[in-house]
Design a binder for this molecule. Structure first.
Ligand SMILES: Nc1ncnc2c1ncn2[C@@H]1O[C@H](COP(=O)(O)OP(=O)(O)OP(=O)(O)O)[C@@H](O)[C@H]1O
Ligand SMILES: [Mg+2]
Length: 263
């Protein structure tokens, strides 16, 4: 019955903070298992569109027009309780500072139980097994030790990866990632990107990733959305957008990255 349903769909979405219109007429669709890269200059509205799907625009922000459908449910109309249920197991999120959202003085294990038990009635053993398996699949060598550790004992990059594992343990159907790797050094960035790809491979997770890094888009994405001043200026398959950019703005964006690379 739901086979052809979109995982996520923005339909003519307008968003404003206070009286200031930020996003205009934003429309796109994602299918299950699809990876969408969202790029655009700073302030173009990338975080805003991602946050709107999670109901996280804050007090001053609101979707003033259109619909954001997660598997057919309009996220702009759901109750707070419904939102809490959807966040985590359905809609996972990783922000730029995922590691910073960990509590520094509680063990990873405790935080893991809390995250899962909010949503699922499973035993701690089952959660532990699931996490250890995930750590193993993601090639962490010492999962048991990680569970017993405190975030303050880890580097920022390590915590970022653990934060990502916490989002992944719930096996979300859709992962919204807002610059998940920009705070990390290059080697760790590559690991995190691989871990996200693994999530799709293992659980068919769809991923929308905001990034300033065209190489990340090139590696991960099936589709690319380019934003400029609150509007979607280009949207198509990765090949279409990266190889044959149509908009002057997109050409500039891709061109500037390639120039940097050639140095
Ligand atoms: N909570 C807020 N209240 C008021 N204005 C906001 C708020 N959050 C974002 N804005 C404004 O909305 C616009 C879009 O911001 P947004 O954070 O979505 O851009 P972005 O594309 O994610 O930029 P960056 O690449 O720097 O993260 C900007 O003009 C920003 O100043
Ligand atoms: Mg942003």
């Amino acid at each position: 019955m739901e086979t052809n349903q979109n995982l996520l769909e923005y339909r003519k979405v307008d968003i404003q903070y206070g009286d200031r219109k930020i996003i205009q007429d934003f429309s796109l669709q994602m299918k299950q298992g699809e990876i969408l890269g969202i790029v655009g200059e700073s302030g173009s509205g990338k975080s805003t569109v991602i946050r709107a799907a999670m109901g996280l625009l804050g007090d001053s922000g609101k979707v003033s027009g259109g619909e954001i459908l997660y598997r057919g449910t309009d996220m702009t109309k759901v109750s707070g309780e419904q939102l809490r249920q959807l966040r985590g197991p359905e809609l996972g999120m990783i922000f730029q500072n995922a590691g910073a959202s960990l509590c520094p003085i509680r063990t990873i294990e405790e935080q893991l139980y809390e995250a899962v038990l909010q949503h699922e009635a499973v035993s701690k053993e089952e959660i532990r097994d699931r996490a250890l398996k995930l750590f193993e699949q993601l090639r962490f060598t010492n999962g048991k030790q990680i569970l017993k550790s405190y975030p303050f004992e880890f580097s920022g990059g390590m915590n970022q990866r653990v934060g990502i594992v916490l989002a992944m343990v719930l096996r979300p159907k859709l992962l919204l990632a807002d610059e998940p790797t920009s705070a990390l050094d290059v080697t760790v960035q590559a690991q995190v990107i691989k871990e996200m790809m693994k999530l799709r491979e293992l659980y068919g997770t769809g991923i929308a990733i905001v990034t300033h890094n065209i190489s990340v888009v090139n590696y991960m994405a099936d589709y690319v959305a380019v934003m400029h001043q609150g509007k979607l200026v280009e949207y198509g398959t990765k090949e279409e957008v990266l190889n044959h950019p149509q908009e002057a703005y997109t050409k500039k964006l891709i061109g500037s990255v390639l120039r940097l690379k050639r140095r």
